[in-house]
Design a protein around this ligand. Structure first.
Ligand code: FAD
Length: 476
């Protein structure tokens, strides 16, 4: 419980203007893209690592919980203060501190938006590849805490491939400087790696040293439509023998195509089994050749339609189809149970067959789309009402999807993390000793359990209660 005395102490650390208990501020900062509100008792907006260290020391003394918040567009409830306490909103720590072309390095504060960083480095002829579809809202700090991915990660990898070093504050308030600004480093444990994907439970990132690449000279984007999802998947799998690695290999299944046509007609054939968006990048001459290989691959797998964008405007029009996906799918039901399972690339056809059968047997629409190039499928179990029986059947269906992903050699999440949304299912993917080792690390770094409680290892609610919208007004 946060007392008036604690509020006073927080005011002294960050300044009274940067501590809020106003109901609208509490509600806005106590939810994420899952849209379930669990209210914080105060929102604190620090500016420096030193302020964060002081807040965490106070939290350990006074025993209140602290949950870090980035852009608040996570899908698994990671930034939601499910057990109360304060939300530590990083939004004021939003400076790009350095873009260094010679070293291919950017140094940024955690609240820089992913898209803003990508644009800033492109202006210097450089490239920061991780591109979560939420990148106009997500923060680099949130991306690191979840090891975010995106369409371009097929070729370039997730956020973890681009983190060279991090400053972070431990749960007990120590400021740590991990990693370096050099591409090679074999000096001690890679503590920066420990923080990547740690879901705000092992420390609060305050400064990020990121690896950049030279900006590719050219890109070509294609949209290919296939009669069956099987053919599209075979095409994806076959790229390994094509001699090229596309930047992006995005797949939309038939239900997703129809959701788009219902939402905003885009001229896609409703009877198509699946579509692929394929992008290649690199030197101009190489890209021209790679685009031809993409065409050959799609022809080989009997694409019924193939459209290679001639310029950036046409390429953007193709990507617009993909951008419509989330709002279009949201319209196909009242509640969307959205998860980002991952399977080995060769097992995507098996996963899609399974999902089609599951949709039939459960009675739920399950539009599926995502980053097929790295086996990362976004499955959306769509519920048509909020009745308890429907919610239970929805949660059972989600469990079946996770079980199958693991059986096929994959796991629960490729990029969204576990948060509290997937916590009830963790033991499907990780062995008991593995979970115990993770808990041991957490206890060693956070002996009082201050930072982001109620996530990953423990589920504060039953599976059928996850993801069901509440307004939060009553509790804040
Ligand atoms: C429409 C839509 C599309 C999306 N597409 C993608 C996609 O393509 N790829 C993808 O990976 N994700 C995607 N996401 C999910 C999400 O946006 C990303 O996971 C993103 O990384 C979340 O960043 P955030 O800044 O909003 O983090 P938040 O939601 O604010 O926080 C996420 C976690 O990070 C922790 N955290 C935040 N800041 C810090 C910090 N400074 N230090 C330590 N911990 C911190 C929080 O405590 C929490 O556990 C999508 C979401 C939406 C709504």
């Amino acid at each position: 419980m946060i007392t008036q005395k604690t509020i006073h102490q927080l005011n002294q650390i960050v300044g009274a203007d940067y501590v809020s208990t106003a109901p609208d501020v509490l509600v806005a900062n106590s939810q994420d893209a899952l849209k379930q509100v669990f209210c914080a008792e105060a929102i604190v907006f620090p500016r420096t690592a030193e302020e964060i260290a002081a807040i965490l020391k106070l939290a350990n003394r006074e025993k209140f919980f602290v949950t870090a918040r980035g852009g608040g567009v996570g899908y698994t409830g990671g930034a939601v203060p499910i057990r109360g306490g304060i939300v530590l909103a990083t939004e004021r720590m939003n400076q790009i501190l350095e873009i260094n072309k010679a070293d291919l390095v950017a140094v940024v504060e955690p609240a820089v938006k992913t898209f803003d960083l990508a644009e800033a480095v492109e202006a210097e002829g450089l490239f920061y590849p991780p591109d979560p579809s939420s990148w106009k809202d997500s923060f680099i700090g949130g991306n690191i805490a979840l090891n975010a991915g995106g369409p371009r990660c097929v070729k370039y990898g997730n956020t973890k491939q681009f983190v060279l070093g991090l400053d972070f504050v431990t749960p007990t308030g120590q400021i740590i400087k991990a990693g370096t600004r050099t591409p090679k480093n074999a000096t001690g444990f890679h503590l920066e790696s420990l923080l990547i994907g740690s879901e705000g439970m092992l420390g609060i990132v305050t400064r990020c040293i990121l690896r950049l690449l030279p900006k590719p000279e050219a890109r070509r984007t294609a949209l290919a439509i296939f009669e069956s999802a099987q053919e599209a998947c075979n095409c994806v799998a076959d790229f390994t023998s094509s001699g090229i690695l596309p930047v992006a290999l995005e797949l939309l299944d038939r239900t997703s195509i129809n959701a788009i046509e219902d939402f905003e007609p885009s001229g896609l054939p409703r009877s198509a089994g699946a579509l692929l968006i394929i992008e290649v990048d690199g030197l101009k001459e190489a890209v021209a050749r790679e685009a031809e290989i993409v065409r050959e691959m799609c022809q080989k797998h009997r694409a019924i339609q193939f459209n290679l964008a001639a310029n950036d405007t046409e390429a953007d029009a193709i990507w617009e189809v993909r951008r419509k996906m989330s709002p279009a799918v949201a319209r196909t039901g009242i509640i969307k149970l959205n998860h980002d399972v991952v399977v080995p690339r060769s097992r995507i056809p098996a996963m899609l067959d399974f999902l089609e059968d599951l949709s039939r047997s459960s009675g739920f629409l399950i539009p599926t789309f995502g980053h097929a190039g790295d086996g990362n499928l976004h499955t959306n179990v769509m519920l048509q009402d909020n009745e308890e029986d429907t919610r239970r059947r929805g949660a059972d269906t989600v469990r079946e999807i996770f079980r199958k992903a693991v059986e096929l050699g994959g796991t629960l999440s490729g990029e969204h993390g576990v948060g509290y949304a997937k916590a009830p299912y963790l033991d499907l993917a990780l062995t008991a000793p593995t979970i115990e080792l993770m808990k041991t690390i957490k206890r060693a770094m956070d002996p009082n359990g201050i930072l982001n409680p109620g996530k990953v290892f423990e589920s504060p609610m039953s599976a059928h209660e996850v993801g069901f919208v509440n307004s939060g007004q009553a509790c804040c």
